[in-house]
Design a protein around this ligand. Structure first.
Ligand code: AMP
Length: 506
């Protein structure tokens, strides 16, 4: 089944229901959206020869046209290649060429101007709101969505490439079905009166959450800023009334700070799904204290999009449970369409509470990397995706992530998990952010180094940090060095770039 059917279905059922907004301003109902999608699909076929099986890249900032472009491509049976709009044009070119995209939608004229495509086939480039785009809409044909099977490619997702060139993760139609249905079982419900707010890049997780809202006939709002502005989000929550949004932990932190400063609680923000990076216990405790039970956690990766584990709203907020804190520090339990195992180097189950690599198998796991069988063979063994994440699972099935395997520090032959050290440091009042990495050391192999960002107005010293560590963690885990920074280096999705931090040490 083609995911484009979901839009057709909702448009038939509720053509007048509001589908799209720019901030608070209504743009289109479901009937109109579906009509535009059909026209664009037909235009893509007639004017550019795009057909089922082709790839169409989308190099656009968050904007209302994003959704109609995605659905038009699916309508034709082609696959989308959403590219983070914050990438440099040359980085985007790498992805466009690697994907063999037939056409690229860009957000503004000239976005790919300086990029010469040296591949054999030069993709067509169409800027939204240009004459070329309007020409797509003049088609009058009203074709039905192309037939698609479970294994057909729907979304080619390029990994953020924090280590080397990005790889294209093939996300099939079936993966998207599994992800969407598991959301309703494991993460949250969606109601027609809800609004999905796209405050994080639609090329990534936030965009993947469109499906649940299309299926339920909920609305979709693109903030006028096009991105994450905490004050704007607090206002939109109040104005729209029942908002869903995906936020990286660093965004949650900024939102909580803004709510606190304004004396607000995040009224109208019904569900904030967080994930994509570690959420420290001190941060989520404060988030719930300030904003209440609005938070649900997911753990996923491009290779198993949004769908490895989930920690429900109830578990996040239930202070009365004896294991509340431990659970808060976990990423929850396996989502219903996948199995999760923690394994050692030989692939054997680690058993409860022992650290190993997290592996996952099931309907949400990618079939492989695009035109890269070697990388696929490295990542998937007997159907089990090796995530490269290290963690442990308790007897109740709660998974706690420690780190990416490449981030684990080995000091004097002992494994030190940076996440544990970070959690302890963050308990100290006045620390805004922290990131722990290993530095090469002739005696120990590696030693622990902490990069610390202080909150404004705090004068925490190395002595304060040392005292706090001595009182709260084993001596061998204690950072041997501290570096104070204004900000941590992050990629465009808000993930801390530990590779950059390590580079600062050499
Ligand atoms: P990406 O493929 O860019 O979405 O990155 C996926 C990676 O982000 C995972 O392999 C984890 O290392 C990290 N990640 C995702 N969700 C979480 C979470 N809830 N807690 C900690 N790390 C996470």
């Amino acid at each position: 089944m083609n995911v484009a059917q979901w839009l057709v279905r909702t448009a038939r059922l509720a053509p007048d229901r509001l589908a799209l907004l720019l901030g608070q301003r209504p743009i289109a109902g479901y009937g109109e959206l579906a009509d535009r999608v059909r026209r664009i699909a037909q235009g893509l076929q007639d004017l550019y020869g795009v057909s089922a099986g082709d790839r169409v890249a989308v190099f656009m900032p968050n904007q209302p046209a994003y959704l109609e472009v995605l659905y038009a491509v699916w309508h034709l049976g082609a696959a989308v290649v959403p590219i983070n709009y914050k990438l440099h044009a040359k980085e985007a070119r790498f992805i466009i060429e690697d994907a063999g995209a037939a056409l690229v939608f860009i957000g503004r004229a000239g976005a790919l101007e300086d990029v010469g495509f040296d591949g054999a086939v030069r993709p067509a480039i169409v800027a939204v709101e240009s004459d070329d785009y309007r020409a797509l809409l003049t088609s009058t044909a009203l074709v039905e969505p192309a037939a698609r099977g479970r294994d057909d490619l729907a979304w080619l997702f390029y990994t953020s490439g924090t280590t080397g060139q990005p790889k294209g993760v093939m996300i099939s139609q079936g993966n998207l079905h599994a992800m969407t249905f598991a959301y309703f079982v494991d993460v949250d419900d969606v109601r027609p009166q809800d609004t999905a707010l796209y405050a994080a890049p639609m090329s990534h997780g936030a965009g993947l959450y469109n499906f649940m809202h299309v299926l339920r006939g909920a609305a979709h709002s693109i903030p006028e800023s096009g991105g994450f502005d905490p004050a704007e989000i607090l206002d939109l929550g109040k104005a729209l009334g029942s908002v869903h949004m995906f936020a990286a932990p660093t965004m949650v932190r900024r939102l909580v700070d803004a709510a606190k400063a304004a004396g607000e609680t995040g009224e109208g923000l019904r569900t904030i799904v967080y994930g994509g990076g570690p959420m420290y216990v001190a941060d989520i405790v404060e988030a719930v204290e300030v904003m209440g039970p609005r938070f649900v956690q997911i753990y996923g990766q491009g290779e198993c999009p949004m769908t490895i584990t989930a920690l429900s709203r109830h578990l996040v907020a239930d202070r009365t449970h004896p294991a509340w804190r431990d659970r808060l520090g976990s990423v929850g339990t396996a989502q219903s369409c996948v199995e999760v195992r923690v394994v050692d180097e030989t692939g054997a189950d680690c058993g409860p509470d022992k650290s190993g690599e997290i592996t996952v198998r099931g309907a949400a796991v990618m079939p492989g990397y695009w035109r890269n069988p070697e990388a696929t063979a490295t990542a998937i063994h007997d159907g089990w995706l090796h995530t490269g994440d290290v963690g442990k699972m308790d007897a109740g099935g709660f998974l706690t992530l420690t780190d990416r395997s490449k981030d684990v520090i080995i000091s004097g032959g002992t494994n030190i998990y940076p996440r544990e050290v970070e959690e302890v440091l963050l308990q100290l009042d006045g620390i805004a952010e922290v990131s722990v990495v290993g530095a090469p050391d002739p005696d120990w192999g590696e030693v622990v180094v902490a990069f610390v960002v202080r909150r404004p107005g705090y004068t925490i010293t190395e002595d304060d940090l040392n005292r706090h560590c001595l009182a709260n963690m084993a001596r061998f885990k204690r950072p041997k060095r501290y570096a104070f920074l204004e900000d941590l280096p992050k990629n465009t999705y808000g993930k801390v770039l530990k590779t950059d931090l390590r580079r600062q040490l050499t």
